[in-house]
Ligand binder design. Structure first.
Ligand code: RTP
Ligand code: MG
Length: 140
């Protein structure tokens, strides 16, 4: 399998509980390398654009409010099959349905406050990475 990059977010429910290090250790243990990382407060505009695909969904306003409610850590992860691998380590969207040992099972509080985001395809990963990082900030 080829080296691939994906975009990851440690969400506000996780930064609030000081879980950045624990989540990063799980990503690294899975063979993913954190090649860019910064802690930011997402603006309303960034959250609305980032989750724009969901803008017609009933949960969209709540989701934007949640994603701007505290600091997030945005990351670029690199590894073999990084997109799928990261989705595996995160687990299902709803922590109640996530496999044991996954980030969302261990740390997720609800279907919304589910601790982590990971790109769902290499195409979206490229778009999401470019939205939050300049090329020079990514050191592979
Ligand atoms: P993400 O995009 O954050 O990696 O999560 P995902 O692919 O597993 O799930 P997606 O369907 O893309 O949903 C994006 C985020 O919206 C919140 N959500 N809330 N209240 C609800 O029913 C609901 N459903 C989704 C979650 O924060 C989810 O991760
Ligand atoms: Mg998604």
């Amino acid at each position: 399998m080829a080296l691939e990059r994906t975009f990851s977010i440690i969400k506000p429910d996780a930064t609030r509980r000081n879980l950045t290090g624990k989540i990063n250790a799980m990503l690294e243990d899975a063979g993913l390398r954190i090649i860019a990382q910064k802690r930011i407060r997402m603006t309303q505009e960034q959250a609305e654009t980032f989750y724009g695909v969901h803008k017609e969904r009933a949960f969209f306003p709540d989701l934007v409010k949640f994603m701007t409610s505290g600091p997030v850590v945005v990351q670029v992860l690199e590894g073999e099959g990084a997109v799928l691998k990261n989705r595996e380590v995160m687990g299902a969207t709803n922590p109640a349905n996530a496999e044991d040992g996954t980030i969302r099972k261990l740390f997720g509080e609800s279907v919304e406050a589910n601790s982590a985001h990971g790109s769902d395809s290499p195409e979206n990963a490229a778009i999401e990475i470019a939205y939050f990082f300049a090329g020079a900030e990514i050191v592979g």
